[in-house]
Each structure stands twice: as C-alpha cells, then as structure tokens.
Ligand binder design. Structure first.
Ligand code: EAX
Length: 326
C-alpha cells in the first residue's frame, strides 16, 4: 500500500515537472477598438513577433471591439490579472493615476519626433514606472496620434466657435477640463461613440485622423478642425501582479518585442495620415486646416496650475515635461 502511494507521488511529481518545463505563457491582451485600429495594429504585431521569437512558448490571445468591456474595465481586469496586457489610450488612465495628465498635456509636443524622443527616453520611463503604484507595469508607448476636433454643427476656426458645442471626451478629468476651458460642453463617454454622434446626443468629438477613417466618422461629422490639441499616446501595459511571476528572460523578451511593435505601429500610423486627409475631404468633410492655434493655447494655458496637477509627484513631473518640450 505504502509502495503504491510512493509510486503515485513520484509519477505526479514527474508529470508536474515535465508540465512546467514546457510551460506555455498565455497572454490575454485587451483593446477596446476594432481590427484595423491603431491599438489593434500594435496588438497584432506584438502577437506575431513574440509567438515567433519564443518558438511558440508564448501565445497571445487578442480581445478587441469591446468584447471584454470598455477601456476602464479592461484596466481593472489588468490590475486583477484576469487579463495580462492591454494597449490603452492615455485618457482613461487618468482615474487610475493622475500622472498620465503629464503626457496628455495640451499642445505639449511640437511634432512626432519630439514625442518619440521624450516618451522613449528617461522621462517616459519615469512615467511608466510610476504607474506601478496603480498595479500596472508600463511597458512603452505606441500612439493614437495628434487629436483633432470634429463636429456636426459648423466650421470651427477659433475657440469662439466652440462655445456651447457638446463634445464627447474620454473618461479623463484633464480632457474634460481642456474642453471646459475652450468653452465647450464636454460630455465624458466611453468608446465607441458612433451611435451617439449619429443620433445627435453629442455634436462632436476629438480623435486622430485614423479614427475618422476606420470608424467612418465622415458619414456623420461634417466639420473637422486640425487642432492637434493633444498628442495621444497609448500606454502598452501589463498586469504588475502577472509581471512579477515571469522570469527575467521572459520579461526582457516581452519588453523588447512590445517596443518593436510600438515603433512599427507609430511609423505605420504616421505614413498614412496624408492619404487619410485626402480621403476625408473626398468623402465630403469640410476641413479647417489652419485654426487660430494661439487662441486655443491661450485658453488652456491655466491648466497647469489647476488641481489636476496639485499632487507633488505629478507637479514635479509636469515641470520636468514642460522643460523637456520647450
Ligand atoms: O481610439 O476613446 C477615445 O477617444 C480613444 O481615442 C479611443 O481609444 C479611440
């Protein structure tokens, strides 16, 4: 009897051991947007690269199109490690950690090159690191891109034209404050928002050019202004809980691979913007290409002194960021 039991234990130990030697790391990755979106391009590239580089020892399952909830809900699942990774627009992080307001500050980056330089550099790393207190391992930044205003009421050239427009904003106190300062009536709402625009629940929204194309906003939004008011990165993020269970080699591989996917996606996104603009015009959108940006800047200049940035850690990073982007 004793012998049999010992045998059984030995077999179990062997089975367990061989199981772990071939252990497969399965990653569930969430994005709120649909295939063809900026977030999905990062996700698909990452999946392709890491499954190949790990010889199939790491597998990635992508959940898209709100199949596991909106961006706030995806972030909550990442905190709990029911989902391991996400490609999430900067905005919705706002309620988890106000530090993201530093990278979403209006009219911060002059151009793509400056955004890459700062976000891929030590200051970007500091911001990613500080997300750990909210349960996230910040890996790197890919991009939604520079955000532009669209609406269905009238052409907008200066902030005066914005007065009273009902503009959908992301779940972000900063974005709400920006649009309040510009004179709009900001309405926070999770993604997607096509139906609300179509039914006139909101007059307008703001997003990068790819969104107008991929989500066919040209069907329901007549006017676009190239405001480029916020450069909107995605934060490519992992569950800190999960991250701590990975060995150093796996962490390193994920870190390198997601960065490669992010660089690929940023270039891909940027290379398509000219064609997108042409397409949106062709589809009948009226485009204001030269708004009075100085007037927009003036309206939001006071934001840095608001409560949004009052936490000392956030305040210090904002000052550092404003200096780095002067
Ligand atoms: O890509 O909610 C938003 O406006 C975001 O930009 C969304 O991720 C669309």
């Amino acid at each position: 009897m004793m012998k049999k039991l010992l045998w059984l234990i030995a077999v179990c130990v062997l089975l367990l051991y061989s199981g772990s030697a071939m252990a497969l790391t399965r990653i569930k990755l969430g994005v709120v947007t649909k295939p063809g979106s900026a977030q999905n391009i990062v996700a698909e590239k990452f999946k392709e690269l890491i499954e190949q580089a790990s010889n199939g020892n790491i597998s990635v399952q992508i959940f898209h199109s709100k199949s596991i909830g909106n961006e706030t809900e995806i972030l909550q699942q990442i905190q709990m490690n029911t989902i391991q990774m996400g490609i999430i627009t900067g905005g919705p992080f706002d309620t988890f950690d106000p530090v993201v307001r530093v990278i979403n500050y209006p009219f911060l980056f002059k151009d793509n090159e400056q955004a890459d330089e700062v976000l891929d550099g030590p200051l970007g790393a500091k911001i990613l690191k500080s997300l750990e207190r909210a349960g996230f391992k910040g890996l790197c930044f890919s991009e939604n891109g520079f955000r532009n205003l669209t609406n269905n009421k009238h052409s907008v050239k200066s902030p005066d034209d914005i007065k009273g427009l009902k503009i959908r904003v992301m779940a972000s106190a900063l974005h709400r404050s920006i649009w309040q300062a510009l004179g709009a009536n900001p309405t926070p709402m999770p993604w997607p928002i096509y139906t609300e625009l179509e039914q006139g629940v909101i007059d307008g929204q703001e997003n990068p050019l790819w969104v107008m194309e991929v989500y066919k906003f040209y069907e329901i939004q007549k006017y676009m202004t190239l405001t480029r008011h916020v450069y909107s990165p995605h934060i490519d993020v992992a569950s800190l809980k999960w991250w701590k269970t990975l060995d150093a080699n796996t962490q390193d591989l994920i870190q390198r691979t997601i960065h490669e996917a992010a660089v690929f996606q940023r270039n891909d996104n940027r290379s398509k913007n000219a064609a997108r603009l042409a397409l949106l015009k062709e589809k009948g959108m009226r485009i204001e290409a030269h708004p009075d940006i100085d007037a927009f800047r003036d309206k939001v200049a006071g934001l840095k002194d608001m409560d949004l940035y009052s936490e000392p850690r956030v305040q210090a990073l904002l000052i550092e960021m404003l200096n780095a982007t002067k």
